[in-house]
Design a protein around this ligand. Structure first.
Ligand SMILES: NC(=O)c1ccc[n+]([C@@H]2O[C@H](COP(=O)([O-])OP(=O)(O)OC[C@H]3O[C@@H](n4cnc5c(N)ncnc54)[C@H](O)[C@@H]3O)[C@@H](O)[C@H]2O)c1
Ligand SMILES: [Zn+2]
Length: 364
């Protein structure tokens, strides 16, 4: 098992572990029993994950004499609303959950964001730990302490910073993850490779070449690298005031494409297109070598993600969503660019003409 420590705010009591391995539920139970003697644990998950893994997880923890209950919510982004938070907190009250109770978020980013949020407001805050079950949650959303729910006006408009007491990443959960969801998570892994660790891209290229994208040793390696990159950025900028922005590489155009597709494109597919856009803009404006742009697009294609904007999509719609972003950010859209692989920085604004050209060039 791979273990790393996250240290935020420079305070020892804010530090917690990220554990990565395969079939680690028994160890999770032992660690929780050691750290949470006498505490109750409540698993929050969605019904789909519950059907696949809920009982097994609960049983593993109960073997360590922990008292464990389970709350389920419907699967999907629709559950990431304040109504679901209220349902969860009402269930917690009904179960008699007190301030000693620990919530366990068992699921993807939806369950993680929702449970982290509920934990930060129930009785003014109770502990949460993450058991992420999607690749996206294992490399991204379970690390860093951002929680959130959506409102009618937009995604993640309500939320808190709430660091978990631990993150336990069991690669075995990925065995039941559908390919499309798996690919979506790979987009974030490619992102880490581009902004911080070109070695990750070498590793991905190797795995594609030998058909080993789902092999344990490879997964354990790329997840550990991704977690290390994210946690080091979060340690320096927990509250998203500067450095953490580089994690948005590919996300500016990505979010616009995702929304313009009416969410027909997944987050990963949209970010993949956004990363190619950011790479091309980096070439045009900041001298990123053309071979690197080509390499980024090739890696994206090789894992089955799109590197072009679908023909039926309206460029003007995408552009207008980008200018909406601009209003939110106070006048300029912050684009994360790279001068070379592993060297990201935030560009203070890109003229609309150049943006339009770049998007046109990406149309399939
Ligand atoms: N907090 C953060 O820093 C952060 C970062 C990135 C994304 N997010 C959020 O994450 C959310 C997306 O998360 P996601 O992509 O994990 O989606 P998700 O949580 O909706 O999970 C996707 C689907 O996969 C199913 N599933 C989960 N694990 C499974 C498994 N092991 N086997 C089979 N099916 C499984 C779920 O039931 C669900 O239907 C978004 O709401 C986004 O805003 C948060
Ligand atoms: Zn993302």
């Amino acid at each position: 098992m791979n273990r790393m420590n996250v240290n935020v705010g420079g305070k020892a009591d804010h530090s917690y572990g990220i554990y990565i391995g395969e079939e680690i539920l028994d160890r999770v139970g032992m660690i929780l029993a050691r750290d949470g003697r006498g505490r109750r644990h409540v698993i929050v998950t969605d019904t789909r994950i519950d059907a696949l893994h809920g009982e097994r997880v609960q049983a593993a923890l109960e073997r360590m004499d922990l008292r464990v209950d389970r709350i389920t919510v419907p699967p999907g982004e629709e559950s990431k609303g304040i109504e679901t938070v209220l349902t969860v907190t009402e269930r917690l009250t009904a179960l008699g959950a007190d301030r000693q109770t620990v919530l366990i978020a068992l699921g993807g980013g939806v369950v993680g964001d929702l449970t982290g949020f509920a934990a930060s407001i129930y009785l003014r805050g109770i502990p949460v730990i993450h058991l992420p079950t999607t690749l996206l949650a294992q490399v991204d959303s379970s690390i860093g302490g951002k929680t959130g729910v959506d409102t009618a006006a937009g995604k993640n408009l309500l939320g808190t910073f709430n660091q978990p007491k631990g993150v336990f990443i069991d690669i075995a959960f990925l065995r039941t993850l559908p390919d499309e969801m798996f690919r979506s998570g790979l987009a974030e892994v490619i992102k880490y490779g581009i902004i911080e660790s070109p070695g990750l891209l070498d590793d991905l290229e190797g795995a594609v070449a030998n058909g080993g994208l789902r092999e344990t040793a490879f997964l354990e390696r790329i997840i550990a690298t991704a977690c290390r990159i994210k946690k080091e950025i979060v340690e320096l900028d927990e509250r998203d005031r500067g450095l953490r922005r580089i994690l948005n590489f590919g996300h500016t155009v990505g979010h616009a494409v995702e929304a313009a597709s009416g969410y027909a494109l997944s987050h990963g597919e949209s970010v993949a297109i956004g990363m190619v856009a950011a790479a091309r803009l980096s070439e045009r404006l900041h001298g990123l070598p053309a071979v690197d742009v080509a390499r980024i697009a090739a890696v994206i294609r090789s894992v089955g993600l799109p590197d072009r904007i679908p023909a039926e999509m309206d460029l003007e719609d995408i552009l207008s969503r980008l200018s909406l972003d601009k209003k939110k950010e106070g006048g300029t859209i912050h684009f994360v660019m790279i001068r070379k692989l592993g060297t990201p920085f935030v560009n203070g604004g890109i003229p609309e003409g150049i943006l339009r050209d770049a998007l046109k060039g990406l149309k399939s």
